[in-house]
Design a protein around this ligand. Structure first.
Ligand SMILES: O=C(O)/C=C/C(=O)CC(=O)CC(=O)O
Ligand SMILES: [Ca+2]
Ligand SMILES: [Mg+2]
Length: 426
């Protein structure tokens, strides 16, 4: 397939034994992240099997030109160099971690992932959340606007809103139940208090690498070179606050109290073997306007995304997490990542290295692939039953929500994203 090289070779193995057959981090993945361990400060590393290779310690084995950017406690400056240098670093890391001649030098620089704390990989300057999941948009629209679920602009313009960068946090950040205004259906005036309809949204996050200057749009054909990589993203949502506040300006306090992401940047390069065609537009839908026409034959992501729930009672009973949903990202996305990057910059808006874009909630058209409890419980009207006998319409205190993603394709070694976790506290 297009653009694949020896770093994608399914026969390639690592001298780091745990990498071979690893669920998430075999040598074909090599995601970058920021970690701390052993009382030292934040450093850039690459995940390999159950370990992290500390790139600041490995600096002597890497190109001298990269040293300054790789010595920083965030990836922004490194990602700003663009995907060309990203590929060169990947080649070198692949060599260092596969060729046994480097083992003696590199092995002492490995740190167990269980000993490390992961942090946000980038200083997020801006965070935007899109709404490309057409099944999600339709399902949610039915609840908020039964008369007109999908507004007429949806099939022409990739809808998004500007989220809040300061409350984007790495996996593991506690989810403090937000308080806010909600108006019970029969009440005349709203009340203020803790949200009773706390929900999650299963999304992918897109990390921007090279930015664009203000006034200089990125075309749909150029977009790929501005996307450094991907993560899982949970856009925690207080549905009762959302329903009352969203008109006319859209999501605000219902969503800006926290956004959780998985900490590893799975590079666009690592995902190359898993590209798939975009969703086929239903018969009769308009063609995208010219500036959104994506001629890439495989702009979609061949990823299975999954949401799991673990309640306090389940943990006490020693039960594993319960799967709420799983489905294909490509089957959920009406707009491709190339299209949302092109659209975001079409007016001249500048994206900067380390900016984060959420795709929007990834629900498929199947009941098993719904990416939020709002959809799964049909707006709270049909609570689900868990293996413990507990029921859920929305998240309760003590619930932990876990997102995962896995890329699979014939002839390729599967890779994963790690996890995006959040435990709800009152
Ligand atoms: O007003 C609506 O129909 C719903 C808006 C959202 O929930 C915004 C959002 O986060 C979009 C998404 O994740 O797909
Ligand atoms: Ca969202
Ligand atoms: Mg949010």
């Amino acid at each position: 397939m297009n653009g694949l090289d020896h770093t994608h070779d399914p026969a390639l193995t690592s001298w780091v034994d745990s990498a071979n057959g690893h669920r998430d981090f075999p040598i074909q993945n090599l995601p970058l992240g920021v970690f701390s361990a052993e009382g030292a400060g934040r450093r850039i590393g690459v995940a390999i099997g159950d370990f992290i290779l500390d790139l600041t310690q490995a600096a002597d084995l890497l190109d001298e030109e990269w040293r300054e950017e790789l010595a920083l406690p965030v990836l922004n400056a490194w990602l700003a160099r663009g995907n060309g240098d990203g590929r060169l670093l990947r080649h070198r890391l692949s060599e260092l971690l596969s060729d046994p001649r480097y083992r003696d030098d590199v092995e002492p620089l490995l740190i167990g992932q269980s000993e490390a704390t992961m942090h946000l990989p980038c200083l997020v300057g801006d965070y935007t959340d899109f709404y490309v999941g057409i099944h999600h948009a339709t399902n949610v629209g039915k609840q908020f606007r039964p008369d007109q679920p999908l507004l007429p602009n949806y099939k022409y313009v990739p809808i998004g809103y500007h989220g809040r960068a300061s409350s984007v946090r790495a996996s593991g950040e506690p989810v403090i139940r937000p308080s806010g205004q909600r108006k019970p259906p029969e009440a005349e005036v709203p009340v203020f208090g803790p949200s009773r309809r706390l929900d999650y949204e299963l999304e992918l996050g897109v990390w921007i690498g090279r930015g664009n200057r203000l006034g200089e749009p990125v075309t749909v054909g150029e977009a790929g070179e501005h996307v450094a990589g991907y993560c899982l993203l949970n856009d925690w949502s207080a549905r009762d606050l959302q329903a009352w506040e969203y008109q006319p300006l859209g999501p605000f306090l219902a969503k800006n109290f926290l956004t959780s992401i998985s900490p590893w940047v799975v590079t666009a390069e690592a995902l190359k073997p898993f590209r798939v065609p975009a969703m086929t537009r239903p018969e009769g839908d308009p063609q995208p306007l010219d500036y959104l026409r994506d001629s890439d034959p495989a702009p979609g992501l061949g990823l299975t995304v999954e949401a799991l729930l673990s309640t306090a009672q389940m943990r006490e009973a020693g039960q594993g997490a319960h799967r709420l949903s799983h489905g294909s990202a490509a089957a959920a996305m009406y707009w491709t990542v190339n299209q949302i990057v092109a659209h975001h910059t079409a007016n001249g808006c500048n994206l900067q290295p380390g900016d984060l874009i959420g795709t929007g909630t990834l629900s498929t058209d199947s009941d098993t692939g719904l990416g939020s409890l709002l959809e799964i419980s049909r707006g709270g009207k049909q609570p689900i039953e868990l293996p413990t006998g507990e029921t859920r319409s929305f998240l309760e205190d003590g619930d932990e929500l876990i997102l995962t993603a896995r890329a699979e394709a014939e002839g390729a070694v599967p890779i994963g994203f790690g996890e995006c976790r959040g435990l709800v506290v009152g």
